[in-house]
Write a protein that binds this ligand. Structure first.
Ligand SMILES: Cc1ncc(C[n+]2csc(CCOP(=O)(O)OP(=O)(O)O)c2C)c(N)n1
Ligand SMILES: [Mg+2]
Length: 531
């Protein structure tokens, strides 16, 4: 794990994993404790998105099963998280003891994780254990998805019984298939009048950002991202034309993408969230789709071509593109935000203000709900400065993810956008940020309940007990909390928050319960009839 770049492991100990925790403690890998295991999973996922790979280590069942939701999210959104779980010893299992934490068969947890990881194993056999570790770690690296390693507590001292020879299982593309795919792709791009690149999340996960940008620059092809891959390309890049998300996105991006005669989709999975809940209109006859799972050029499917190989080959291909006009830049003219001190703060104005705040050290971490929809319109300065569970959309991701971000890189400052509902799920993890002297700025969009859901179906089930979010630092024993009702109060609170270099800030921003972001407004306008 160290060789792969894992320097920290999130989790909570328990008797089935205590022995291994003792070993970790003596290793260079740092253990980062969290308030619960679900949060450890979110933190490890965010750490993996920043660092390239992450890990979480927990006890059997009570810990492991709490990881199911965040690990499922990491699987869905391609984030390589190594899950290590302690477990009953092999000798204990033989006696079939009714040990605590046991749920049915001893293998229950392993079987569950087999469904939400790309490799899962129980290290119950010393003869195969070391090869199994390699198999799982290799799968995480190659497929950018979680893996599961179960550690029976009486096997942690096992040493290899024989010399391990690392398998040279390097996958290679089929050269002829790659050549043919490239010829077809180059030909279509060369003939296109309006090519556009849609850069998806795998461009980030496989470390191909530079290549994709170089390809766009070489042929002067505009680039857009999906909601999940937002900021994969700096949103200030002159060729960047915005987030494409069907009706939810901005019209200028939508028109350009849907009017393209050659849409080059790289590493994107066309999910309903990425397509504005299927309001997108993309014609497969004008598309090429390359990802780690598929390579499709119009209706031709190519097999055995690795995604990074295709992207690299595309970058180096001699393509003679037609002369064509570039789109009017989709970037908005910089707005000058002038606060009106007494005016009540609204969702729209809040996001306009946040947009001015962003710099290259800020990582925007957006939770599910209008935090995500509103954030989709922000202009993110650098590459990969935006994290959100934008496809799996599990509420409660953002606060623990912000901890993961700063464990991975203390030089980044998370700006957390989180709804009152999502905060109530996992907000306690801020206590870990206080303990570690981290400095996230947490903006709670306190719109008095599940506003996104209210727009789908109103009912008392969308109401919440209103928390005094700004009072939480007193509970955590650190940090500062501020209440914001007006534009003037927002200014003052942001100034105070920005000055805090070594503790958390919580802004309890009061919004009306039906005050929604322009992006959600655009989406609901289009969807209203269908709903
Ligand atoms: C873990 C989880 N439970 C339930 C949902 C369904 N859901 C989607 S949005 C939403 C409401 C979000 O409320 P809040 O965090 O206050 O954000 P708002 O919509 O008010 O901006 C709910 C319950 C979900 N996405 N994730
Ligand atoms: Mg809310």
């Amino acid at each position: 794990m160290q060789a792969l770049g894992v320097h920290d492991v999130f989790g909570i100990p328990g008797d089935f994993v205590l022995g291994f925790y003792g070993m970790l403690e003596k290793s260079p890998i740092r253990i980062v404790g969290t308030c619960n295991e679900q949060n450890a999973g979110y933190a490890a996922d965010a750490y993996a998105r920043i660092n390239g790979i992450g890990a979480v280590c927990v006890t059997y069942s009570v810990g492991g099963l709490s990881l199911v939701n965040p690990v499922a999210g990491a699987y869905a959104e391609k984030s390589p998280v190594i899950v290590i779980s302690g477990a009953p010893g092999v000798e204990e299992r033989a006696e079939n003891l009714l040990l605590h934490h046991r749920v049915g068969a001893f293998s229950t947890q392993l079987e569950i994780f087999e469904r939400i990881t790309v490799a899962a194993t129980c290290l119950d056999d010393t003869l195969t254990a070391f090869r199994e570790i390699d198999r799982c770690l290799d799968a995480a690296v190659a497929q950018k998805r979680p893996v599961y390693i179960e550690l029976p507590r009486d096997r942690i001292d096992a040493v290899p019984t024989h010399q391990e020879v690392a398998a040279a299982a390097t996958l290679e593309s089929n050269a002829a298939a790659l050549k043919e795919a490239l010829r077809e792709a180059s030909d279509l791009i060369g003939r296109a009048r309006r090519p556009v690149t849609l850069a998806g999340v795998e461009v980030h996960r496989f470390g191909l950002r530079k290549q994709v940008i170089a390809f766009a620059e070489r042929h002067r092809i505009p680039i857009c991202s999906t909601l999940l891959s937002k900021s994969v390309v700096s949103e200030l890049h002159p060729l960047y034309i915005g987030v494409y998300e069907g009706a939810m996105g901005r019209a200028i991006t939508r028109r350009y993408v849907e009017g393209s005669d050659c849409l080059i989709v790289l590493g994107a999975f066309l999910t309903d969230m990425d397509l504005g809940i299927y309001t997108a209109k993309i014609d497969p006859n004008r598309c090429m789709l390359a990802s780690s799972e598929d390579l499709r050029i119009h209706h031709h499917h190519f097999h055995d071509v690795l995604f990074p190989d295709f992207v690299n080959a595309l970058l180096n291909a001699e393509i003679r593109v037609r002369a064509r006009a570039l789109p009017r830049t989709a970037r908005r003219a910089p707005t000058v935000y002038a606060p009106a001190a007494k005016k009540k703060i609204t969702n729209k104005r809040l996001f306009e203000r946040i947009n001015e705040l962003l710099d290259e050290h800020t990582v925007v971490v957006a939770d599910v709900g209008d935090s995500l929809f509103g954030a989709s319109d922000l202009v993110i300065h650098r590459d990969s400065e935006f994290l959100s569970p934008a496809y799996y959309t599990s509420m409660g991701f953002a606060v623990p993810a912000a901890v993961g971000v700063q464990v991975a890189n203390r030089g980044l400052r998370p700006l957390v956008l989180v709804g009152d509902g999502a905060f109530q799920m996992t907000g306690m993890e801020l206590s870990t940020a206080v303990r570690l002297k981290f400095n996230p700025i947490v903006i709670v969009l306190n719109n008095k309940g599940y506003t996104t859901e209210r727009f789908l179906q109103e009912g008392p089930f969308n109401d919440l007990q209103e928390w005094r979010f700004h009072a939480l630092p007193a509970v955590f024993g650190g940090g500062i909390g501020m209440e914001v009702r007006t534009e003037g109060e927002l200014e003052a609170a942001l100034v105070t928050a920005l000055e805090q270099r070594d503790t958390i800030s919580i802004l309890n921003v009061h919004l009306a319960r039906d005050d929604i972001s322009p992006a959600l407004e655009r989406l609901t306008n289009t969807l209203r009839q269908r709903i």
